[in-house]
Design a protein around this ligand. Structure first.
Ligand SMILES: NC(=O)c1ccc[n+]([C@@H]2O[C@H](COP(=O)([O-])OP(=O)(O)OC[C@H]3O[C@@H](n4cnc5c(N)ncnc54)[C@H](OP(=O)(O)O)[C@@H]3O)[C@@H](O)[C@H]2O)c1
Length: 315
């Protein structure tokens, strides 16, 4: 891909949104104002394996894109994905574990025009080489792509077997990068072993302002090994909003161009030097626009990051 983030002016953004019929609430306008006041260039991070850059905010699809063959719901997800690309997004994360999500992503991609920045990331989640190959072949068809940018081994399932297949596929160009995933703190020992010993490019695990276990071992190890890091469950599946939304954002959140809690949570994650991107999932256009706002403006420095954890820990 080898691209840097697109430059968007606020006027261009609003024109694009207007053209797509998106509605901006008053809070959102404020959020956009904050982001653009600090400069219009999307924040990107480098994938060490190649030097390619990707935006610091991607998109998850667990539950949110599992809408089956309900056409009104599918068409609403087209708008969500359109908003993602309009705001400079690229990486979409899915898995055969997520019900109809891959098929719905394929449906949406067919209906979106400005998707050149797509960075397709899915997973293999089954036992045995034969079933793995069959499942991954299905994913190509469901997404409607000839190549995956990233194929990840989901939750370390039969990882030794799939890694062999994926090394061959990477050499043939069927996939560009290989990754491995886990979530909410499970099997960190085994994940660390794979990270330290295997020729992978990406790793995906959970990290957020409350779940900070990854700071101890996985994030430093990823940095040491030059692995790109995708962060899942950035909102603890939405629970962070339930917990903190009734509390005020601290005034100093403005120091890193943060206008709402979503951006507070996401900017905390992507300001860690070892993180490549976070992949919040949403079924809503207004939430997508809030989330993508975290990919613009200033990020908190080490001092502000400490202040953020002290603040949430005190609430
Ligand atoms: N082992 C693995 O490989 C693994 C494990 C877990 C997750 N993942 C990946 O990581 C992605 C993200 O994790 P997740 O889906 O578990 O949880 P998450 O992204 O932490 O939270 C998603 C929830 O947050 C809500 N939300 C999103 N933006 C919001 C906003 N701006 N304001 C208020 N609420 C908002 C969504 O509701 P609305 O729809 O109402 O916005 C949704 O209920 C997954 O979708 C998946 O792609 C991978």
């Amino acid at each position: 891909m080898g691209r840097t983030g697109p430059m968007l002016t606020r006027r261009a953004l609003l024109a694009a949104m207007g053209a797509r019929g998106l509605v901006l609430g008053p809070g959102l306008v404020a959020a956009e104002r904050h982001a653009f006041a600090a400069g219009g260039s999307i924040l990107t991070r480098k994938i060490s394996a190649t030097g390619e850059r990707i935006p610091v905010i991607g998109m998850g699809s667990w539950i949110t894109f599992n809408v089956g063959d309900d056409i009104p719901l599918r068409d609403q997800r087209v708008k969500v994905l359109q908003a993602f690309f309009d705001r400079g997004g690229g990486l979409i994360d899915s898995s055969p574990m997520y019900g109809s999500s891959e098929e719905v992503i394929g449906y949406c991609l067919k209906r979106i025009t400005n998707k050149n920045a797509l960075f397709s990331a899915t997973k293999v989640w089954t036992l045995s080489r034969w079933l793995g190959v069959r499942q991954m072949n299905d994913s190509f068809k469901l997404w409607g792509v000839n190549q995956f940018d990233l194929m990840q081994i989901h939750n370390l399932v039969d990882w030794e077997t799939h890694l062999e297949t994926l090394k061959e596929w990477r050499a043939q160009g069927r996939v560009r990068y290989i990754g491995i995933t886990t979530s909410h703190g499970s099997r960190h020992e085994e994940l660390a072993h794979v990270m330290a010993s295997q020729p992978i490019d990406f790793v995906q695990f959970t990290y957020n302002v409350l779940d900070r276990e990854a700071e101890r071992r996985l994030l430093p190890l990823a940095a040491e090994r030059g692995l790109a890091v995708i962060i899942n469950r950035p909102f603890r599946r939405g629970a962070l909003f339930d917990r903190f939304e009734g509390h005020p954002l601290p005034a100093w959140a403005g120091e890193f161009d943060c206008a709402n809690w979503a951006q507070f949570f996401l900017k905390f994650i992507v300001s860690h030097p070892a993180v490549t991107c976070a992949i919040p999932a949403t079924s809503r256009v207004d939430h997508m626009l809030e989330n993508m706002g975290a990919a613009y403006g200033r990020l908190p420095d080490a001092h502000l990051r400490k202040r953020m954890t002290r603040y949430v820990d005190s609430l």
